[in-house]
Design a protein around this ligand. Structure first.
Ligand code: HEM
Ligand SMILES: CC(C)=CCC/C(C)=C/CC/C(C)=C/COP(=O)(O)OP(=O)(O)O
Length: 307
């Protein structure tokens, strides 16, 4: 055994100097999970007037967080050979071989079981719906859709869009069509979010042989699709207000944010400059964050005024 490996075995660092816990954290895609949890939290808050019960919020966020982290870790396992081929992902713990596959599978399974057990305490509907989202992302999207069709992320996006519904059912134990409006927001947001990034990373995906839209249909067509979906998102974004679920604050905030997204997409399509696809991807993340904060602020304003 090399000296560096012996030192690594005795310490909390791997032979390449990475801390072990950091590798495990990376596998859970923490920033994505944080955003998923924000959308779940908003689902929880909009499900009832005022503040939702603390127990449902705590257990719900914990369970959905654990299952999302498990899904992300399974994605790292199942994608490790493809990740190794892409500049964006080649340094990931499994792609680099810093974490052994069986340990990662064990880790992901432990998160999944813990998440399911936590949600089971709340209600069976949330536990099963969350588990279905995990299977949708970790298995159906990662193993099959991703390699089968350039519409992979549109269909697979349903799993990532589910958390507002999961949050809603965590609090009420019941399905409600209003929750679907929130799901539709994330669902229509996902294509411009991802395709902007895929335009930026087109060569990576081509090299790994993954049929993402810019690889199969070209960059010009993908830009048109980004623009189309930002317009669909803006229209879907009116539904919470039109159905009376959200008020004027939401309408104003979401209109500004969605107009901004359309602006980015128009510039990407008609006046592209180097780095604009990446800027559009970055904007998508701030857009979703702000959209859900606005939904929440609007809900609490309405609750306050109704007193
Ligand atoms: C099928 C659906 C989705 C696909 C294919 C996708 C793809 C990606 C990819 C490839 C990245 C990494 C970009 C990089 O290299 O920095 C990313 C980042 C991100 N995504 Fe998505 N995404 C999807 C859905 C979602 C959903 C539903 C959310 C949250 C509600 C989300 C939130 C984020 C966030 C917060 C980041 C930034 C992470 C960071 O900076 O580390 N994504 N997404
Ligand atoms: C239980 C539940 C709510 C599950 C959903 C879990 C989840 C982490 C959804 C986010 C979607 C996402 C990050 C897709 C990117 O995968 P990718 O493989 O295309 O991207 P990558 O190349 O960066 O890994």
């Amino acid at each position: 055994m090399a000296k560096a490996e012996i030192v690594a075995k005795r310490s909390t660092r791997t032979w390449s100097g990475h801390r072990v816990w950091q590798d495990y954290l990376t596998m859970t895609k923490p920033k994505v999970v944080a955003m998923l949890l924000l959308t779940a939290l908003v689902g929880m808050c909009l499900a009832v007037p005022g503040i939702p019960p603390v127990k449902a919020v705590t257990l719900g966020l914990l369970g959905i967080g654990l299952q999302s982290a498990a899904a992300a870790a399974f994605n790292h396992v199942l994608d490790r050979h493809f990740d190794a081929k892409m500049a964006r992902t080649y340094h990931r713990p499994l792609a680099k071989g810093r974490v052994e596959t069986h340990k990662a599978v064990l880790f992901a399974t432990a998160l999944m079981v813990a998440g399911f057990a936590v949600l089971w305490q709340l209600n069976a509907l949330t536990a099963w719906l969350t588990f279905a989202s995990l299977v949708g992302y970790a298995l159906i999207y990662t193993v099959w859709l991703k390699h089968a069709t350039p519409q992979n992320i549109v269909i697979g996006g349903l799993a990532g869009a589910a958390p507002p519904l999961l949050g809603w059912t965590a609090v009420t134990g019941q399905f409600d069509p209003h929750a679907l409006l929130l799901v539709m927001l994330v669902f229509t947001w996902t294509p411009p979010h991802f395709w902007a990034l895929a335009i930026h990373r087109r060569d990576d995906y081509a090299k790994a042989g993954i049929p993402m839209l810019p690889v199969t249909h070209g960059i010009a067509f993908t830009k048109t699709m980004v623009l189309l979906y930002t317009v669909i998102l803006a229209l879907v974004g009116l539904l919470p207000w039109l159905t009376g679920m959200s008020g004027w604050l939401y309408l104003a905030g979401s209109s500004v944010l969605n107009a901004g997204f359309i602006g980015y997409a128009l510039k990407l399509k008609f006046a592209d400059q180097p780095g604009h696809a990446w800027a559009t991807f970055k904007y998508s993340i701030w857009h979703l964050l702000a959209l859900f904060v606005v939904l929440l602020a609007d809900h609490w304003l309405i609750s306050l005024l109704a007193r």
